[in-house]
Design a binder for this molecule. Structure first.
Ligand code: NAI
Ligand code: MG
Length: 485
């Protein structure tokens, strides 16, 4: 049994309480490794290391050029280790190997992007009506506490670490308890690439015992979280006491809207890909599929038929298009929604465990048709391979249904009519809107939600903003004394 250590202050260490917990391969249900079960005292040590590193300035006061170069080296390491990391990612979270390979490449690109951006953080001269030089300069926010989920383990670590490091922050990152392994492997190279001790600390543990103490820690200046709305609310409340900065990337129930004039075959593939990629364990999953009545029957038949052909299997096999869900907990959660959906709507494909799988948390790609937007399977995030197909009569009804949700992460619209497509784009209350595609995500573009999908934006220049403070510097140029006393 492989035992990993976590990474605090440049050292690989066990938990102070000497406790461990297992992580699994969800395709075999076998234990893959054990990792330290961190508690509040480990979080304290990690935050103290990050605080000390930040105050001493080995990272925060390093030149932006040098920080950028180290981020490039982190990217290079990811690229040179990509095959092994992708395999480990797939074994730990169950996603098809090709998807893990994309994720590792994207993680590397993320470090490259922010390595480049490190030297482009600039201040301003503000034109105040005074004989003065009024400047605004940007400074790192300090220590960042970062809590991430299990659906894109190493990629989410990159989305958190890269902008924070580019800004000059020091980090304490808590991976999801289900999937800490790739981040721990990555940490083996932190010293070699030149990260000073304490700059990045990794604490492995559960939400209540390691995540919560990080979110509430008075020495943490900013918390960045990706995960459930429920925990997002807890984090916002916990952060309120010390008024730390918070960014939240929460879930969604994103509409994928198909008008009758969309290219039919592409539309079917777009509907399937939008909701079943990564087994549907995607915050931006197109889980509500809105279809214009004129093509509704043909669409649901074609979509359901094709859903049944999606190849499930061991995620390490190249032919596999869908692997198992990440954990027993998620499997139970998703399958409970299958039962709810069978009572609420018409089951057109899937609906259970695929046959021929003795082990592993596999769920069939499932399509519910004739779903009412008020049904639970249309309102609640399922985070598994479950599509709710909803008919609509016309553009205004499509817009109304699409926006009738507490969430606002993403939306997509498919049509050949650019006037109509752009009217829908403008009407969507969502942070990301795709036209004639769904899911492509690039580090250069903003990512985040409206409404209860969270606050703040990740990626691009928006992502680094969240790790920067703004300081006004006012330089008096008048030699005469100021004031009237
Ligand atoms: P979760 O929100 O409980 O877990 C995400 C991260 O938060 C993990 O690192 C976890 O350890 C941590 N966490 C949990 N409780 C915490 C607390 N009280 N304080 C601080 N950190 C805490 O998500 P979970 O339970 O894995 O999945 C439940 C549902 O959440 C999913 O079915 C899905 O609907 C949603 N979800 C959304 C994600 C997204 O990308 N927006 C990612 C993962 C889950
Ligand atoms: Mg949870």
């Amino acid at each position: 049994m492989k035992r990993y250590l976590m990474y605090i202050n440049g050292q690989f260490v066990p938990a102070r309480g000497a406790k461990w917990f297992p992580v699994y391969d969800p395709s075999t249900e076998e234990i893959l490794a054990e990792v330290p079960d961190a508690g509040p005292e480990d979080v304290d040590a990690a935050v103290a290391a990050a605080r000390d590193a930040f105050e001493k300035g080995a990272w925060s006061k390093m030149t932006a050029q040098d920080r950028g170069r180290i981020l490039f080296r982190m990217a290079e390491k990811l690229r040179s280790q990509a095959a092994a990391l992708a395999k480990l990612e797939t074994r730990n979270c169950g996603k098809p190997i090709a998807e893990s390979e994309y994720d590792i490449a994207d993680a590397a690109t993320c470090f490259e992007y922010y390595g480049g951006l490190a030297t482009k953080v600039m201040g301003q001269v503000n034109p105040v009506p005074a004989n003065a030089l009024c400047l605004s300069m940007r400074e790192p926010v300090g220590v960042a506490g970062q809590i991430i989920p299990w659906n894109y383990p190493l990629l989410m670590a990159a989305w958190k670490l890269a902008p924070a490091l580019a800004a000059g922050c020091c980090c304490v990152l808590k991976p999801a308890e289900q999937t800490p392994l790739t981040a721990l492997e990555f940490a083996r190279w932190f010293e070699e690439v030149g990260l000073p001790p304490g700059t990045v600390n990794l604490v492995t543990g559960f939400g209540e015992t390691a995540g919560a103490p990080l979110a509430v820690h008075p020495q943490v200046n900013k918390v960045a979280f990706t995960g459930s709305v429920e925990v997002g609310r807890k984090i916002a409340r916990a952060a309120a006491d010390s008024l730390k900065r918070v960014t939240l990337e929460l879930g969604g129930k994103s509409p994928n809207i198909f008008f009758a004039d969309a290219d039919f075959e592409t539309a079917i593939d777009g509907a399937l890909f939008g909701v079943f990629i990564n087994q549907g364990e995607v915050c931006s999953a197109g889980s509500r599929i809105l279809v214009e009545r004129k093509i509704y029957t043909k669409f649901t038949e074609a979509m359901s038929a094709k859903a049944k052909t999606i190849r499930l299997g061991s995620p390490l096999e190249r032919e596999t298009k869908m692997g198992p869900l990440v954990s027993k907990e998620q499997y139970e959660r998703v399958t409970s929604y299958l039962e709810i959906g069978k009572r609420e709507a018409k089951l057109c494909a899937g609906g259970g465990r695929p046959s021929g799988f003795g082990k592993g948390f596999y769920v069939e790609p499932t399509v519910f048709c004739d779903v009412d937007n008020r049904a639970r399977v249309a309102r609640e995030e399922i985070f598994g391979p479950v599509a709710a197909v909803i008919p609509f009569e016309n553009e205004s009804e499509a817009i109304r249904i699409a926006n009738d949700t507490h969430y606002g992460l993403a939306a997509a619209v498919w049509s050949r009519d650019i006037f109509k497509a752009f009217r829908v784009v403008k009407a969507m209350r969502a942070g990301i809107v795709w036209v004639n595609t769904m899911q492509p995500t690039y580090v250069e573009a903003p990512w985040g939600g409206y409404k209860q999908s969270g606050y703040g934006r990740e990626l691009g220049p928006w992502g680094i903003e969240e790790y920067l403070e703004t300081k006004q510097v006012f330089v008096n140029l008048d030699e005469a004394p100021i004031g009237w006393y």
